[in-house]
Design a protein around this ligand. Sequence first.
Ligand SMILES: [Zn+2]
Length: 240
Amino acid sequence: MTSYFEENWQKGTKILVILAHPDDPEFFMGGTIARWVEKGYIVQYCLLTKGEKGINPGFPEGEALAALRVEEQKAAAAVLGVHSVQFLDFVDGYLEVGLDKRLAVTRVIRNVKPNVVVSCDPQSYYIADTYLNHPDHRTAGQIVVDSVYPAAINNAFFPELLEEGLPAVEISELWLSLTPTPNVTLDVDAFWEQRLKALLEHKSQIVDPERFLTRMQASKAHMIGQDGRYYEFFRRIRFH
Ligand SMILES: [Zn+2]
């Protein structure tokens, strides 16, 4: 594990974050996204669902909740300085690995032409001792991994994309959050408050902001390193 990792990418490096639900980027890696924006990198989001199963008392359900969560996600992304947010609108909670999903994600990757793709580790069935990972998170990670290699970089995959003017692209790195085997530790202590501010935009999921902040403060004790700083962890794969 590398402490005090520095990306040293060129300014303007394009980073595409692909995850299952609205609020996943901020929960999994909000500090990292804020750090990347501050370093002059261009961060874009693609969410595979609109999160319509994230029901809570006092908030709408179904399509109205999906519409609300789209707006909440855009507001949270704006707090972090994210360049753009798009949604593929697959059914929340029932995400499955399939060629239709791989095609859709490959299309997004070839369209955005990112230097770095970011998702979450499909091998994470549980996180620490207290959480089972949501199946959509694992599935989203699997779809992204399978799209990055080989579909996005090989014109023999999904020839219809060539007809759409979307030839194969080059990707430099893949980063996976929620990983049992991190090889990168990013110091994002400076962005803790900004991450909280972004998370609070997900009002339909936070429900009670005061309780949420109390819970986050308590959980921070488990997230910080021995030096008292807040880090986020990734599995980083570099392609040559
Ligand atoms: Zn989620």
